[in-house]
Design a protein around this ligand. Structure first.
Ligand code: AHR
Length: 492
């Protein structure tokens, strides 16, 4: 099989916002306790943060981490995670049926985020709480006045504000699984009024309103219209969430699921622009795809989980090669929409549907999906080029034609490189490459993630069973994620 990939340096989608490579830590399962934090662990630092985990997080160069949920946030009292740690309450956490000790809260998480080199994307509780608590939290985190909540932060030992710039107005409020689920109109009014108070407290912040939890929601479309009509002037981003999985056991079909993400982004962008036109607005609403990943391996196991445990293993998907290829296709899709998708969070970061796994008291390692995310986060920052591809495709029921090769090219105008990310979805055939528009550039590196067995995983015993190797630069092996870096050698 052959594929021709063509670019033109002048034909551009847009510049990538580094926050496209964000991630997510929720108080869920072993993400916090046993994940980023484990005071008794041999690698724990002075605050009890696992340095083996921090090293892997730093390798991913995650610029942004969403916190503290997810479904968790809709029943959360943020004050429980502040101040004297000996006095923090233990709570029945209703979103996941666990016990929350509150040993970690925003006081500690902001210190962890600094050590990880990431900014925080903070969510407020619009399930059981509302605008009053949201504005108090903004003041606690960012306030500089001599007033109650800013002083509470100072009393807790933080003279300097945390400076959190990006905030989510609740989480998945359209879903009846959500604590304090709301109709579109109920949510839209609350989000609008909360947004006003939060921005009056700190006018430098940016706000994300909840879009639909996934495109299959019965309210998808009308939810977005209602929220946008009500909140347009007060928000900056609309959220999107989507998870994928090989539920039918058909790998060819599964590898095509990024076409659904592509359709979904197009649809939500259209809804934002529809309301922009309706309002005769100059302002554009951008997309925050703040939950995306593969999530299905752990579903059956989680259904057996006994309630009211502290940090039980939940949502611990063990990812294989085919999941890594899907994650690669999803990253390519996000990059192709970088003109509208400014923020995206791989959900999540450690243990819970995560690129990084740990044993309590033991090892930490990179799952298969770590590698495409890492490649893109390190080398996908620049200008996305409109990337043409000529290759064969295959048919998938209800989805149509899926091209065997999914590529995107990113031009780094400082380093003078063009990096091509490409997945070869073919299960059997190598695809030889021909390039158009790469005059003056030579191949510097070809890194490939592939293998004979689509179901191969990395484990504590075999942490590098699936990891990148070098490619020839001339062909994309079957079942592969590829990163090809071309460097300019002459000016045209
Ligand atoms: O990321 C896991 C969960 O998925 C989040 O808590 C929720 O927002 C979504 O349904």
């Amino acid at each position: 099989m052959r594929a021709e990939i063509s670019i033109d340096l002048q034909s551009r989608v847009g510049r990538v916002d580094k926050r496209l490579f964000g991630s997510f830590i929720e108080h869920l399962g072993r993400a916090v306790y046993g994940g980023i934090y484990e005071p008794g662990h041999p690698s724990a630092d002075d605050m009890g943060f696992r340095q083996d985990v921090l090293a892997l997080v730093r390798q991913l160069h995650v610029p942004l981490v969403r916190y503290p949920g997810g479904n968790f946030v809709s029943g959360y009292h943020w004050e429980d995670g502040t101040g004297d740690r000996t006095k923090r309450p233990r709570k029945m956490e209703l979103a996941w049926g666990c016990i929350e000790t509150n040993e970690i809260g925003i006081d500690e998480f902001q210190a962890w985020a600094k050590r990880a080199g990431a900014e925080i994307m903070m969510a407020v509780n619009l399930g059981t709480r509302g605008m009053e608590d949201a504005r108090n939290l903004v003041e606690y985190c960012n306030g500089t006045t001599d007033t109650d909540y800013a002083n509470m932060r100072r009393k807790n030992g933080f003279a300097e504000p945390f400076g959190i710039r990006l905030w989510c107005l609740g989480n998945e409020m359209d879903g009846d699984w959500q604590i304090g689920h709301k109709t579109a109109q109920e949510y839209a009014r609350l989000a609008c009024e909360t947004a006003k108070l939060m921005k009056w407290t700190d006018p430098t912040i940016e706000l994300v309103a909840c879009g639909s939890s996934h495109p299959g929601m019965a309210t998808f479309g009308e939810w977005e219209r209602t929220v946008l009509r009500e909140c347009y002037d007060h928000i900056d981003y609309l959220s999107m969430h989507s998870y994928y999985g090989n539920r039918s056991g058909n790998s060819a079909e599964y590898l095509g699921c990024s076409l659904e993400m592509d359709w979904f982004i197009g649809r939500v962008t259209g809804l934002c622009d529809e309301i922009k036109a309706e309002k005769h607005a100059d302002k554009t609403i951008y997309i925050s795809f703040d939950e995306w990943n593969v999530w299905f391996h752990s579903n059956a196991q989680d259904a057996q989980n006994a309630p009211w445990q502290i940090a039980p293993p939940l949502l611990e998907d063990v990812y294989n090669l085919e999941d890594a290829l899907v994650v690669g296709c999803l990253i390519i899709t996000l990059l192709k929409h970088c003109d509208r998708v400014k923020i995206a969070c791989l959900a999540q970061l450690v243990n819970v549907i995560a690129p990084i796994m740990t044993e309590n008291g033991g090892r930490a390692w990179a799952q298969t999906i770590f590698y495409p995310f890492c490649d893109a986060s390190l080398h996908g920052r620049g200008i996305v080029l409109k990337t043409g591809v000529h290759c064969e495709s295959y048919e998938v029921e209800n989805r149509g034609s899926v091209p065997y090769v999914e590529p995107v090219a990113v031009y780094d105008d400082l380093a003078e490189t063009v990096t091509v990310f490409a997945v070869n979805r073919s299960l059997a055939e190598t695809c030889s490459l021909s390039l158009a528009g790469f005059g003056g550039f030579v191949l510097e590196q070809h890194s490939v993630l592939t293998g004979d067995d689509l179901k191969r995983c990395n484990t504590a015993e075999e942490p590098f069973a699936v990891c990148p190797t070098s490619g020839s630069g001339r062909a994309l092996p079957p079942r592969s994620w590829n990163m090809l870096i071309y460097r300019r050698t002459e000016t045209e």
